[in-house]
Design a protein around this ligand. Structure first.
Ligand SMILES: [Mg+2]
Length: 376
């Protein structure tokens, strides 16, 4: 047994050098909730969750007012029981969104602690499927405004030069002909064999509009279309899936095994993308991914590759970890002391116990919106 002595929590706000622009939003800053769980065996677990560009205080409040008290004095190895208690305690405020993101951060910290105490890297502690490294794809292709699609082509070629064989770009913000020209330019830049994914970030409202776009880009052989509709519009995803040859991917803001079951039941996506910060932490991520394995559905993760690499490493149906190499888009790596190495389009798994990294304290205090607060 390792009893939890205290939960320590901070909210950071990391402004992006350039706003990230995609179909439905313009993100100028990223807020991350960071947690530490300190135990009487001398080990500490860390966890995190992305909280969008504002309102991370909601997740912080969920830790402070609801979740921390369920953990203090408890045994870190009772992960399933603690997950259930946190979920039940936050039922009225939670089930999706800020409270589940806070729960996710704490659950990640429990697993980090337990792997550290066992002296094992998390990917081994979870039971490795991939060994040493995991497959990754390069994500980017945002709307930069000036000199598109020339800059987009240059960016995509940069990913190839770094050894990636799969790349993703944004679609759905510009008009049909401009977006088609961007997809054409990306395909021309990467050649016929590289996998080219497209992310629409919930842009369309109806099947005919989505279908019109997909027909226009079909000649460029996209590997998937991601989030064509809003996450609650499972029916339209299913209708679209029946009418296009382009596979549908979704699930990055989806929560809980019950919702993932709906995606499978409706045959609404061929690839699902559970995000450990959003879906309920490592405990829930594993349940979701095991269910998807039994349903024949491959899994890719969403962003935050340092956290997701050990998880995909443990999944027989793991396909890719999404990687942002550009910290003008995703900047979580600013807050950690030993970001994973990327080599030949793969993420090299850490040999350090636990997640394999700690927080960079100087960076955390520089970006703190709510400084570290201890709850016991
Ligand atoms: Mg996405």
């Amino acid at each position: 047994m390792a009893a939890i002595k205290s939960v320590v929590c901070t909210l950071t706000d990391c402004p992006l050098t350039n706003a990230a622009v995609f179909a439905t939003r313009r993100v100028a800053s990223r807020q991350y909730l960071l947690v530490r769980i300190q135990c009487d065996d001398g080990h500490e677990g860390i966890g995190a969750a992305y909280c969008g560009d504002r309102g991370g205080e909601l997740a912080f409040a969920a830790v402070e007012h609801i979740l921390a008290r369920t953990l203090i004095g408890q045994d870190t190895y009772a992960v399933e029981a603690l997950w259930q208690e946190m979920y039940q305690e936050s039922l009225l405020q939670g089930r999706a969104g800020a409270a589940v993101r806070a729960l996710s951060a704490l659950d990640i910290a429990l697993w980090d602690h337990n792997a550290k105490a066992a002296g094992l890297p998390l990917w081994k502690y979870l039971g490795a499927f991939f060994r040493g490294s995991v497959p990754a794809y390069a994500s980017g292709g945002y709307y930069y405004g000036a000199e598109e699609p020339k800059n987009l082509a240059k960016e995509m070629q940069g990913y190839l030069a770094a050894g990636f064989t799969a790349v993703k770009m944004k679609v759905g913000r510009a008009g049909l002909s401009e977006d088609r020209a961007r997809v054409a330019a990306a395909r021309e830049a990467v050649g016929p064999d590289v996998l080219l994914m497209m992310d629409a970030n919930n842009t369309w409202r109806d099947v005919p509009t989505a279908l019109r776009f997909l027909k226009a880009v079909e000649p460029y052989n996209p590997f998937w279309i991601e989030e064509p509709f809003g996450p609650d519009d499972i029916d339209n995803h299913a209708r679209l899936a029946r009418q296009t040859s382009i596979p549908i991917a979704s699930g990055e803001i989806e929560v809980g095994r019950w919702r993932f079951r709906e995606w499978v039941r409706h045959e609404a996506a061929q690839i699902l993308q559970p995000d450990v910060f959003a879906c309920g932490g490592i405990t829930e991520w594993r349940r979701i991914v095991a269910f998807l394995a039994s349903s024949g559905v491959p899994v890719c993760t969403h962003a935050w590759h340092d956290f997701h690499a050990p998880l995909i490493a443990s999944a027989p149906n793991g396909m890719f970890v999404e990687v942002f190499t550009d910290d003008r888009i995703v900047n979580l790596q600013w807050l950690i002391d030993e970001p994973l190495e990327i080599r030949d389009g793969r993420l090299i798994l850490s040999t350090r116990p636990g997640l394999g990294f700690g927080f960079d304290e100087a960076a955390v205090s520089r970006f703190a919106r709510i400084p570290w607060r201890e709850m016991r």
